[in-house]
Design a binder for this molecule. Structure first.
Ligand SMILES: C[S@@+](CC[C@H](N)C(=O)[O-])C[C@H]1O[C@@H](n2cnc3c(N)ncnc32)[C@H](O)[C@@H]1O
Length: 365
């Protein structure tokens, strides 16, 4: 069951920028002292790290680490092989998930604790999604994508990710919970980036479980919302909105942004929608949204900004995830978004850029 009442207090943008900068600096320093061969090895064995995370989560091992415990005790409780579990947990010490004491007992660290099933951050679901069959198989076609330009997910599964989710409800649920966890982290930043009180009704297109909409409405008591997504997604959104006590200000509108979205509102929010799609499809989605809007109404795109030659941003890796797992999605620069907006009947407006995410405004013309 999703814990929706977990609200993250966002650290200031300055602290986030400083922390990210320090992290990059330390990584650069570490790279200077290791040999290139050692670095190649370090990078390629990262695959093992994903698998360790995936196995510990899938087997519920982190739930058994509520006090210092030996691998044998956990193995006994979960019916696992004690020696192999010990070796996997020992490797997990290098990932900062657990510590190992002199008596051979493992203890979950603050990172390991977020992987427990009852932790509200849903990090466990993020691990499940990344190590799911749908995602892993798509990544296995990266060389094919580079040779042909063809999307990995489509090649692996013969369909796009959203159709796949419709046919694999368990993976869709996992993805939904993973997104909700990411949203819980992003929402306070986004809610503080833009002056939301200047709009009356926000239509959140592809709004998922409504985490961001709830956060905005909680902070802006005079603003109302409309949440558009697939019917199955909206079912869990309703519970969240009710728990956040904003449900009476929200209309749930099941539907597809390829067909129509509810008309006549003054702002259309789209967070992490366009990065799922190629330019042609983005123009199509923006065109459907534009059709619903009167001149002067705003499209508010919430996305990570990635300049072509930016090598430091976290978005460099999410760009690849979009390339592989979505329908040829990508992260984009300010100019890219401005072009998409211009091609879809909008005038590019203000850009509110935080350290990891931005609100990009387009005004309907
Ligand atoms: C990457 S998620 C972003 C969700 C949310 N805005 C966020 O930032 O967490 C994309 C969302 O688009 C929804 N979606 C996909 N295809 C859609 C369509 N044709 N019409 C409406 N929503 C759709 C998905 O169900 C999902 O909730």
């Amino acid at each position: 069951m999703i814990r929706s009442n977990h609200r993250v207090k966002a650290p200031s943008h300055m602290i986030v920028r400083a922390a990210l900068g320090l992290h990059r600096l330390l990584e650069r320093l570490a790279r200077r002292v290791l040999t290139p061969e050692a670095l190649v090895f370090t990078e390629v064995v990262r695959l093992a790290r994903s698998e360790v995370l995936g196995a510990l989560v899938a087997l519920g091992v982190m739930d058994e680490l509520r006090r210092p415990t030996t691998a044998a005790e956990i193995a006994g409780r979960l019916g696992l092989d004690a020696d192999r579990l010990f070796r996997v947990l020992r490797a997990a010490t290098q990932m900062g998930l657990v510590t190992l004491d002199r008596r051979g007992r493992f203890t979950a660290t603050r990172i390991g604790r977020v992987l427990r099933s009852d932790h509200p951050s849903q990090s466990r679901e993020l691990v499940r999604y990344f190590t799911s069959r749908g995602n892993r198989d798509a990544w296995s076609f990266l060389t094919h994508t580079l040779r042909t330009g063809e999307n990995g997910f489509g090649k692996a599964h013969g369909t796009d990710v959203w159709t796949w989710f419709a046919e694999h409800p368990e993976e869709r649920e996992t993805f939904g919970r993973a997104l909700m966890g990411l949203e819980l982290g992003d929402a306070p930043f986004v809610a503080s980036l833009f002056p939301w009180a200047e709009v009356a009704v926000i239509c959140d297109v592809g709004g998922g479980c409504g985490v961001l909409l709830s956060e905005i409405l909680l902070r802006n008591p005079r603003v109302a919302g409309v949440l558009v997504d697939a019917p199955a997604v909206l079912a869990s959104a309703g519970q969240l909105l009710a728990r956040c006590d904003v449900i009476d200000r929200v209309t749930l509108a099941p539907g597809s942004f390829f067909e129509r979205v509810p008309p006549g509102h003054d702002a259309y929010l789209m967070k992490h929608i366009l990065h799922d799609w190629d330019d042609t499809t983005c123009t199509r989605i923006l065109g459907v949204v534009r059709q619903a809007m009167a001149p002067g109404a705003k499209a508010l795109l919430v996305e990570r900004l990635l300049d072509r030659h930016d090598t430091t941003s976290f978005a460099v890796l999410t760009d690849l995830q979009m390339m592989v797992a979505c329908a040829d999605g990508r992260e984009r620069s300010r100019e890219d978004f401005a072009t998409l907006l211009r091609n879809s009947g909008f005038r590019p407006g203000r850009v509110f850029a935080g350290p990891t995410i931005a609100v990009i405004e387009g005004v309907a013309i």
